[in-house]
Design a protein around this ligand. Structure first.
Ligand code: GLN
Length: 557
């Protein structure tokens, strides 16, 4: 192929490592792939690995390569894909990024989230701009080159010494092949600084009472066919894996014995870093990546996990959402509730409140609402179940049941208050009133200049500061007057109604620094009824619950 100077610059072989111009030491890369089937917990393996290395004082970052064709998960249904995790910089990402942040206790950036859609869009945009100078655009080297570029960029931007890279999907998926090819190229280019870990399943056959290694062998064979030899294998199983089997995997898959890590199903995902560290993962990685002698200190994890495992007393928290019983759709909310629960020595159980059934006055749904200790109305879009949510808020306000409203849940709180306290019976949000039948939009569109325009719609996305008012519950809870929280919404509180609300005990306790946008609200003389226009769940950590969740649960104990 004839290439011009410029075109060859965009080819992977011609590109310099991004670390070299700055004089920074070359970063190390740890790839995580999955075999046999999906849902094995690759994200937890990647996060745990990063947490172990961080505990030895290493600067780590994690990124996710998602082989699907969507540009980002922003437009994907939580039914299919779980929650959309929003980062400080406004990137809408896969829920695994939430695991990453919770495990390594660092805020990531959009550089940590790459999809096939993003890769192709950029390559095609370059092609349209003539940047490839008439060259033929091919999967190898252009797509794979763009993937390696993104990986190196993530390492450079995060300034990580070690970047853990999770490749979504399962080895054998058509969509995943360019990513595995990129991994092969990375191993070659960053020889000695790049290893790969493969997470597979050992199925259990009840009839013969044994775990089988063949699917693992086949999956590793497939990986090797693509030119990638795993350095570490994580064997997932629901039962204890005999040592003999681990040795067999090592032998048949050609990895060292201490590089086969048993990953049996355990009670809490937060036990994983401790388990893997105990199996010597840290030392194995240090040896394979030439990290020198490392000292791992996981004492915070030990303390936190022992508290999780010790806690017996339960609390029942109702979630009045749209994607009922779909834990993944509210993953961060549930994690934040659990963390707050453990902080107060309580194990949080979730009671799902079906708001459409509440609307129909279904006795079972009403009973659930009565039974739960407190209620969370989480974020959401669209008008399904809205009237039921408003009834839930009314019940909580009147019955003095603790209530935490997250984004949509906060807007619901305002609509309920307007209708039942201020007497504006037709109060609603512009979102649920497309035909503009109501005069009372207590929640309305955010002015466009305050949002980010994405294809199809505008949205206020990412971290923004808010100032908390003196003397409010919010100010007391946070213990500071300026906060930064993550947003993902199109509508906001209508300032026209501020005075009327405040006069009747619905306090605006947090607002944007220019005082224009309402950020936090609370009901006076209630055990706990607060709503945030942002998503506090995105910044909660397993052993350091978010203040709003902490005090919400605290009001119940
Ligand atoms: N649908 C509401 C809005 O766009 C709430 C969004 C959310 O809860 N994330 O403002």
């Amino acid at each position: 192929m004839i290439r011009t100077k410029k075109a060859s610059k965009s080819s992977p072989s011609g590109r310099k490592s991004p670390s070299s111009p700055s004089g920074r030491k070359s970063p190390k890369f740890i790839f995580v792939t999955g075999g046999v089937c999906s849902s094995l917990g690759k994200g937890i393996v990647a996060s745990s690995t990063a947490a172990i290395l961080k505990s030895a004082g290493k600067k780590v970052a994690i990124m996710k390569l998602d082989p699907y064709l969507n540009v980002d998960p922003g437009t994907m249904s939580p039914f299919q894909h779980g929650e959309v995790f929003v980062l400080d910089d406004g990137a809408e990402t896969d829920l695994d990024l939430g695991h990453y942040e919770r495990f390594i206790d660092e805020s990531l950036t959009g550089y940590s989230s790459v999809t096939t859609g993003k890769i192709y869009s950029e390559v095609l945009a370059e092609e349209r701009e003539g940047k490839h100078l008439g060259g033929t655009i091919q999967v190898i080297p252009h797509i794979t080159g763009k993937i390696t570029e993104k990986i190196e960029l993530a390492a450079q931007k995060s300034e990580a010494e070690i970047l853990v890279v999770e490749i979504g999907g399962t080895v054998g998926d058509i969509e995943g092949e360019p990513f595995l090819e990129a991994l092969r190229q990375m191993r070659n280019k960053h020889d000695g600084n790049c290893i790969s870990m493969h997470v597979t399943l050992l199925p259990y056959l009840a009839a013969s009472g044994e775990l089988k290694t063949k699917p693992t062998q086949l999956s590793v064979r497939e990986l090797r066919r693509l030119g990638v030899h795993p350095d570490v294998i994580f064997a997932r199983a629901d039962v204890r894996i005999p040592k003999k089997l681990l040795r067999k995997i090592a032998y048949f898959c050609d990895v060292q014995e201490d590089a086969v890590i048993p990953a049996e199903t355990i009670r809490s995902i937060y036990e994983c870093p401790l388990r893997f560290a105990k199996m010597g993962l840290g030392e194995t990685l240090a040896r394979k990546l030439n990290l020198g002698k490392l000292k791992f200190n996981l004492s915070d994890w030990e303390k936190g996990v022992s508290k999780i495992l010790r806690t017996k007393k339960e609390l029942l928290i109702g979630i009045a959402g749209k994607y009922n019983e779909l834990d993944d759709a509210y993953l961060s909310v549930i994690e934040a509730l659990k963390a707050a629960g453990y902080h107060h020595n309580r194990k949080v159980r979730i009671g799902w409140i079906d708001t459409e059934k509440i609307e129909e006055k279904d006795p079972e749904a009403l009973q659930t609402l009565e039974n739960v200790d407190g209620v969370v109305v989480p974020g959401g879009f669209g008008d399904r179940g809205i009237e039921g949510k408003i009834q839930v808020a009314q019940y909580c306000r009147e019955q003095k049941k603790p209530y935490l409203g997250l984004c949509l849940g906060s807007q619901i709180m305002a609509i309920e208050f307007a209708r039942n306290v201020l007497g504006l019976r037709a109060a609603t949000s512009e979102e649920f009133d497309e035909d503009a039948k109501s005069k009372y939009h207590v929640i309305h569109f955010i002015p466009e200049q305050r949002t980010i325009r994405k294809k199809g719609a505008t949205m206020r996305l990412g971290a923004y500061p808010a100032v908390l008012k003196k003397g409010t519950r919010a100010r007391k809870i946070y213990g500071t007057d300026t906060i930064s929280e993550r947003h993902r919404h199109r509508y906001e509180f209508n300032n026209q109604y501020r005075e009327a609300f405040e006069k009747h005990g619905f306090l605006i306790s947090g607002q944007s620094p220019d005082k224009d946008l309402v950020e936090l609200v609370e009901i006076k003389d209630h055990p706990f009824m607060m709503g945030s226009q942002f998503h506090p769940e995105l910044k909660s950590r397993p052993f350091r619950p978010h203040p709003l969740f902490r005090e919400f649960i605290g009001s119940l104990t």
